[in-house]
Ligand binder design. Structure first.
Ligand code: ADP
Length: 224
């Protein structure tokens, strides 16, 4: 198992504490493409943020590739995120002042990869279908192209897992299909493990399992 989640609880603090995850347990095998689905407010994004080590759950355990990742100190967690996890967000989250190539290269540079990182960034941009767009700035790219840059960036450090939070929510249906086909190809051809939050029922056709959430609990796990 590449991910094991054990009795994960997340309650947002505040004047009225909000229970967002109320005891979630499941596993993801290496090489799976899993969707997290459920109604708005069911806890999908919260779950992805905990799994991606972008937030600290109230209690419970998360093991990634056998490591008790919640026990890591903050600096080690940051290193683990950079080395082992990739992220694709709904809003692309590209740096506007950097070209497509520089955006993809950036996480590799953070690990000290110079020329080799740049070459890999170029290869990845070609892989996601952006040959000839390497020097474009985000504003010079369509939404679908920007999201493909974000996918390439997520892959640059060869992550164990790619986390995607509603990656097609801002895209037209044709661009959404391109991005989902890309994920499916990465999963099938390269064995990339992907965990994706989506509210699009049609996206089920791209994945092998769906974790359905309801009110902060797993409603059911569906094999597709
Ligand atoms: P989903 O992604 O399925 O729409 P979320 O994980 O965003 O659901 O939210 C789950 C619950 O937690 C909701 O009731 C939401 O209002 C609440 N919630 C989400 N983020 C926060 C936050 N930062 N502070 C307080 N409550 C939050």
């Amino acid at each position: 198992m590449i991910i094991t989640v054990d009795n994960l609880i997340k309650t947002y603090a505040g004047r009225v504490p909000t229970p967002a995850l109320r005891g979630v347990s499941f596993d993801v095998a290496a090489g799976e493409f899993v969707a997290v689905m459920g109604r708005s407010g069911s806890g999908k994004s919260t779950l992805l943020h905990q799994l991606g080590l972008l937030d600290q759950p109230t209690s419970g355990k998360i093991y990634i590739d056998g490591a008790d990742v919640l026990a890591l100190a903050e600096t080690d967690k940051a290193g683990f995120r950079l080395r082992s996890l990739g992220y694709v967000f709904q809003e692309y989250a590209l740096i506007t002042e950097l070209t497509a190539l520089e955006n993809v290269w950036l996480p590799a540079r953070a690990l000290g990869a110079g020329r080799a990182g740049r070459d890999r960034a170029a290869e990845l941009l070609d892989l996601v279908g952006l040959k000839g767009r390497h020097g474009h700035y985000p504003r010079e790219l369509s939404g679908g192209e920007q999201q493909r840059v974000a996918v390439a960036r997520a892959l640059i450090n060869r992550p164990k897992i790619v986390f995607a939070d509603e990656p097609t929510a801002n895209l037209d249906s044709a661009s959404a299909r391109v991005v989902l086909d890309l994920f499916r190809g990465l999963n099938r051809d390269l064995g990339q493990t992907i965990v994706m939050v989506t509210h699009e029922p049609d996206d089920r056709q791209y994945v092998s399992r769906v974790v359905w959430l309801r009110d902060g609990l797993i409603d059911r796990i569906e094999s597709v």
